[in-house]
Write a protein that binds this ligand. Structure first.
Ligand SMILES: C[S@@+](CC[C@H](N)C(=O)[O-])C[C@H]1O[C@@H](n2cnc3c(N)ncnc32)[C@H](O)[C@@H]1O
Length: 224
């Protein structure tokens, strides 16, 4: 089985009868990703399968609104990553990592704890003709990065305290989020607001399509 067949087979473990289809992103049409083809036989899913999908979402077969907004921002502001070392934390499909590579980053690590996300990132990098490195554990080493990208990982509130840690591991941290209300984290400032929905559209509540970008700067005390 080649890598694509392997990923398609993982998708069908979650959603029987589903296909991956290369799709352009409305906000970043210069990028393509292997995403869930929304024409799948939804009526064939029984309640147990639906519950399984809800319990363990295959995040990587969607491009989340935050990932899209971040990709657009990086493509429009290449100076943020050009010539720099970058990591996309919680990369999913690696949409932000791929945008950073297209924007001229010197090196980009796609990091996700889900092995299927790593496989998806690999195939999406190939689809967009960019090279990425891969990591399953951000904390496996103490590498310092110029830029850390964090798109839609704060849905898991356990990740919120990591924002402090990221400022100690990088000069710049770019966060895209629609999940945290009243985001107020020391060292981070709001830089942009934009609407975007998940691709394919999950018809989530309208509030989750309101994406905010925040920029964090290095914790200087950590570098002394
Ligand atoms: C909602 S998806 C967002 C994917 C992508 N950044 C985007 O915006 O399209 C969240 C991803 O973060 C990953 N994730 C969540 N917590 C993580 C952690 N502590 N370390 C690494 N990956 C994590 C999940 O496995 C999932 O792939």
């Amino acid at each position: 089985m080649n890598s694509f067949e392997q990923l398609q087979s993982r998708l069908r473990d979650f959603i029987p009868g589903a296909d991956l289809r290369a799709q352009n992103l409305p906000l970043a049409p210069e990028l393509q990703l292997w995403l869930l083809d929304e024409c799948y036989p939804q009526h064939l899913l029984d309640s147990e399968q639906i519950q399984r999908i809800m319990n363990y979402p295959a995040y990587w077969c969607f491009c989340w609104g935050s990932g899209q907004v971040m990709a657009r921002y990086l493509l429009d502001h290449p100076e943020l990553v050009r010539g720099k070392s970058v990591v996309d934390f919680g990369c999913g499909s690696a949409v932000a990592a791929i945008a950073a590579a297209k924007a001229g980053a010197a090196s980009v690590v796609a990091c996700d704890l889900d092995p299927d996300a790593i496989l998806s990132s690999y195939l999406n990098a190939e689809l967009n003709a960019v090279e990425l490195e891969y990591s399953a554990d951000f904390f496996a080493d103490e590498r310092h990065y110029d830029v850390i990208l964090v798109a839609d990982v704060l849905y898991d509130r356990a990740n919120l305290p990591l924002l402090d840690c990221f400022r100690q591991r990088a000069d710049t941290v770019l966060v895209a989020d629609s999940r945290v209300k009243n985001f107020s984290v020391p060292g981070y400032r709001h830089i942009q607001f934009q609407h975007a929905t998940t691709i394919p559209d999950l018809s989530e509540s309208e509030e989750f399509s309101r994406i905010n970008l925040y920029l964090g700067e290095a914790d200087q005390a950590a570098h002394r």
